[in-house]
Design a protein around this ligand. Structure first.
Ligand code: IPE
Ligand code: IPE
Ligand code: MG
Length: 259
């Protein structure tokens, strides 16, 4: 197993779980069975993140663009979501995981939506970890949704144009209240974002792997985290500035500990 530093974990991991179809093709079975196997990788990943102490995990489960897939595949993905919720809500509760969602839930079939709302309500008091599912989600759509809300609030005199800044805009996004992802993983060897969390990943560390999502294991997760831990996140500063900042921070920590 790859070694990771548990004191320097990404607080928020986001994953583009891609490659179910190609995995199925490799095994000469139908795409839907690939998605089924993908659902198992979801369970393993959620458990592993909870075990090591990752606070937020956002999974791209279904994009706005995915509605255009063949009807049969969309139906199968919705049934898998239902099955996941039926079987896993109890587990999430037990593990102290709170379920949240981002995306246009109104486009989901009413029964699935109802089940999701129930699962969210059932786990709402949990604080150990947030499992955030992106469902019927599109990053551009999220930004437009936020802009519309701001314009509406402006008309109601709740928001002044001069108040619009990064921090304020962030609160109008679906991810309101969540920190931006520290690490974004994409499986299946594609080097693209596919309309995921466009605003939020401005300074996220990106990690791409050729592993297909159904083959993704705890060890692959640890590899991604280990890669993240080797990086220097400069946020536009110089390396020297960062070192000075970290030095002052550790001096402050020592001082605080003494008092
Ligand atoms: C990811 O796997 C799952 C969803 C997008 C819902 P894909 O179904 O996109 O798999 P590939 O990309 O065809 O291999
Ligand atoms: C992104 O994967 C969406 C999800 C993983 C749910 P896609 O397979 O839909 O993305 P593209 O089409 O390869 O960009
Ligand atoms: Mg794909």
């Amino acid at each position: 197993m790859v070694k990771i530093d548990l004191n320097n974990l990404p607080q928020h991991i986001a994953i583009i779980m891609d490659g179910n179809g190609r995995w199925a093709k490799q095994h000469t079975i139908g795409r839907i069975r690939g998605h089924k196997k993908g659902a198992q990788a979801v369970k393993t990943t959620v458990r592993a993140c909870r075990e090591i102490g990752v606070k937020y995990l956002t999974l791209f489960a279904f994009s706005i663009e995915n509605w255009k897939r063949p009807e049969e595949e969309v139906q199968a993905l919705m049934s898998l979501l239902e099955e996941y919720l039926t079987k896993e809500t109890k587990q999430l509760k037990k593990q102290g995981i709170k379920l949240t969602t981002i995306g246009e839930l109104d486009r989901l079939n009413p029964a699935v939506k109802e089940q999701l709302l129930q699962a969210k309500a059932d786990t709402s008091k949990n604080v150990e970890m947030i499992l955030n599912l992106a469902l019927s989600y599109g990053g551009r759509d999220e930004i437009i949704h936020a802009v519309k809300k701001i314009v509406r609030d402006n008309k109601k005199n709740k928001v002044d144009i001069n108040e619009i800044n990064n921090d304020m805009f962030k609160r109008y996004l679906y991810t309101c209240g969540m920190p931006d992802p520290d690490l974004l993983i994409r499986t299946s060897g594609e080097y693209r974002i596919s309309n995921f969390l466009l605003w939020q990943i401005a300074y996220t560390e990106l990690y791409f792997t050729n592993v297909l999502w159904p083959d993704f294991t705890k060890d692959h997760l640890f590899k991604a985290i280990a890669s993240y831990q080797k990086r220097e996140r400069r946020f536009g500063l110089t390396s020297e500035q960062l070192k000075r900042q970290n030095h002052s921070k550790s001096l402050l920590n020592i001082k605080n500990k003494r008092h």
